[in-house]
Design a protein around this ligand. Structure first.
Ligand code: NI
Length: 138
């Protein structure tokens, strides 16, 4: 089987504040630094979604890009764009770190993308910070 993976790039802008209810104010500041600022701050997040498929000999394509765009736009971009991530129910008791966010985006997408096609989700938060998740270890 001739398989190829395809990565699409999506964007959303969102605000957040890194703060854990499990930690004291001092500990929060120590762990999260200025990202713990009570007034929050924003990022222009980039989401990289990698799917794999068999290359169709007639079209030369390995995936339904339009279908993928629809799924990611509805499940991820529409949910987070111009929102405060700390107000999302998913993050009522989890911090809005890149690690938690990339894992949650995976969970949202893996339910909607045809089984076995999702390979990896990447999340770029800042110039210097990016995160990747490729599913639970089995
Ligand atoms: Ni931040």
């Amino acid at each position: 089987m001739d398989q190829a993976s395809v990565t699409r790039r999506y964007r959303f802008a969102a605000a957040h504040r890194l703060h854990s209810e499990c930690l004291s104010d001092e500990e929060n500041w120590k762990v999260f630094g200025k990202c713990n600022n009570p007034h929050g701050h924003g990022h222009n997040y980039v989401v990289l979604v990698t799917v794999k498929g068999t290359i169709d000999p007639q079209t030369g394509r390995a995936t339904d890009v339009e279908g993928l765009d629809r799924i990611v736009t509805e499940a991820v971009v529409a949910r987070f764009d111009h929102q405060d991530l700390n107000h999302d129910p998913e993050f009522s008791n989890r911090t809005t770190t890149g690690e938690n966010l990339v894992q949650f985006i995976w969970d949202l997408l893996v339910k909607k993308i045809p089984a076995g096609q999702l390979v990896k989700v990447g999340l770029i938060e800042t110039r210097d910070n990016s995160f990747e998740y490729s599913g639970p270890l089995s």
